[in-house]
Design a protein around this ligand. Sequence first.
Ligand code: PEP
Ligand code: MG
Length: 903
Amino acid sequence: MHTQTTTSNSGTKTTIPQKFVYFFAAGDSEGNAGMKNILGGKGANLAEMTSLGIPVPPGFTISTEICAHFYEAGGKLPEWVRPSVLEAMKKVEGKIGKKFGDISNPLLVSVRSGARASMPGMMDTILNLGLNDQTVEGLAKSSNNPRFAWDSYRRFIQMYSDVVMGMNSSLLEVTLEDLKDEKKYKLDTDLTVDDLKHLVKKFKDLVQQMTGRTFPNDAYEQLWGAISAVFHSWNTPRAITYRELHNIPAAWGTAVNIQSMVFGNMGDDSATGVAFTRDPSTGEKAFYGEFLINAQGEDVVAGIRTPQPITKVAAAKAGVPSLEEAMPEAYGQLVTIYKKLEGHYRDMQDIEFTIEKNKLWMLQTRNGKRTAKAALKIACDMIDEKLITEDEAILRLDPSSLDQLLHPTLDPKAQKTVLAKGLPASPGGVHGQIVFTPEDAVEWKDLGKKVILVRIETSPEDIAGMIAAQGIFTTRGGMTSHAAVVARGMGKCCVAGCGEVEVDYNQQTMKVKGYVLKKGDVITLDGGTGEVFLGEVKTIEPKLDSDFERIMKIADKVRKLKVRTNADTPKDAQTARNFGAEGIGLCRTEHMFFGADRIDAVREMILAESKQEREKALAKLLPMQRTDFQELFKIMDGLPVTIRLLDPPLHEFVPHTEKEIQELAGRIKYDVDKLRSKVKSLHEFNPMLGHRGCRLAITYPEIYQMQVRAIAEAASEIVKTGKKLVPEIMIPLIATDKELELLRSLTVVEVEKVQKEQNVKFDYLVGTMIELPRAAVTADAIADHADFFSFGTNDLTQTALGLSRDDAGRFLGSYVSSGIFARDPFVTIDKVGVGSLVRTATEMGRRSKPGLKVGVCGEHGGDPDSIEFFNSVGLDYVSCSPFRVPIARLAAARAALLGKKLH
Ligand code: PEP
Ligand code: MG
């Protein structure tokens, strides 16, 4: 690309992109859908629509690259941006036949954000820009509709003063409401031209008073202010929170779209709406949308008026007129266009439109956000419709979103008291204590409480509260309102537009059917039906439908990585098998030691002063461990089961408070003083790097001997019944090949002893965890003694980064927000650092022992991004908690397909 350089205010040299303003109009667009990175989603799709012959008001996009220049220049629009913008504006004027700032026939524009990934409602928008004391008269004449002109002007002042001048918008809102009260009006549309003129004057006075600045009358001054405000909105706290939640890099920046206005508020032959080409909640193949007559786009999304359904069928259910009936011609065009768009993008679209005097205009199309349930249904239907291939279906699905489907729903048989019914905006069944502000939601969540955020309507300011809440409830707004769209995107239960409930922010109450609920009272939401219940309603485990099963089958065909589970109890093992786990990748045996029936025997073993005493205590544990393993082997029915020998430091098993020490001494008949001093002696300053893992067995080999015996005896029982089983015994926290050599031989001796005693033979594997950097970089020597490796990436992350996995949470947030880490390294593997240890160890291990089986059992084994990395390294399997098994199956399939694309 040709570039030129300039020197910025701060004196640094800036490289100016040769082109950064892209025009769009019917048959004359410079962009297309493939240019999302520089035009943002909105700009790229507006350009694409014009090429498809779809009516789009002309305009232009300032590229996302300028966002970085804006911040580099200290939050100011660089001077060199202006000439290209002015030139593009001239071109828009030419297309429309109106001039920006012209007194008799003014061109008005909208100024909107649009990033590469959609961030609904998180950034700013300004409509009706270009109106001033003179152009408003011109608009009144040219439209022959003074009321419309003055209403647009008062809206513009409200929006601009809020977004660009930083004024609290509620002040103007209150002024408007006061006037309506005084005149006894019900609706905004009751305001007369004189009322609106009066409001405009009043608003401007208030702006002057509150901001100390005069509301700009010059159209271009308005324009530069609006462009800057949109770039600024990329870095508002709410946008940052949203980006963090959805892993959107700060460096992407937003584009700015400047587009000639069309008006849905020109009277009863005008309207505005948003629609989805399929139902975003269920995935059903039905055109689905909402509209408002005589309104502007923001009225629909903001949820200020509850909009009406577009189709006759949906409207009949709600008992209100539809767009299909009210404006049949425009509706017909809309249907043709939505079908064309869905066919073109081969995905469900979320569209925005405006009808100006019966003429339809499209203002946006994008792939629609949807619930996980809808995503699966749409993917399956589109495969059947031959719109997409099976591989494309897999690539489109977000593995993490499956989590939504695995959550409980309300028990249909439970006793319930229905309070009200709103719109089923986002599914799930949740209960919590009601709070009325996002601040309370965050505060109570931090105190460990479950909360439901109750709002009249939500706005982007509420985002932190929405994240903190179990579920969201609103009394206004439709299925496309802010609350509904954002909740759906988060996979959070939401009931919206529940008009029969009266919410009073001042009193902090919600009233319905004679009930008055206060802050802290419990309600339950059913996001699938829209019902709200008093108190807590029982939930049941989810049932997975046929679309889910079908997608999982496709994923299983495609993926290379096997998916196992981390499970220590029969219940977990069974859940994981039901979710398709192909074995156990990690059974943490220490969890089995905490049972009430055995913890005291474990403590006796720890307190033993001689080998004999220790063996006596271990003998008590042996039968219990044997049963534990037998149960797991039975459930896994021939699938591989990896059992890790004892790992944590022993002090974790002994009591710490004086009261507990006294009680234990009494129970096991042990001298209290001796017990107290023994507990003290077990104390370590840094237990994570202390006497744990295989180091326990170097000092107390009897512990591992007992565990190996229990495994071998349990396996013998199974093998005697004629079943096949290959137990995998895993030694943790190995640093050197010598440790493994020693403990492998201990294991082999014990297994063979049992085989002889039981007179059975079975295959078994002895492997190790790779959890320490030294083990990773000497993996060739370690592989000499290992039948398999399993990366314990929790400890490997801790030890490679020198970051305590228990304490780092306190400051890791700052590392992520300041960009030092792109993600929390305990959640998503640090590919460059820890990842290269994984890669190196795998390569070294397999060089020394070709075909060495390698897996991962740290938390990263269930994280889709990490799975993509493990696939690229060529691991054999990942192992994760039972509820993440389906997520890992889908993520592994995506990883395989993405890997194929790269090669
Ligand atoms: C690990 O360290 O990644 C691991 C799986 O072991 P644990 O979490 O039990 O230390
Ligand atoms: Mg570990």
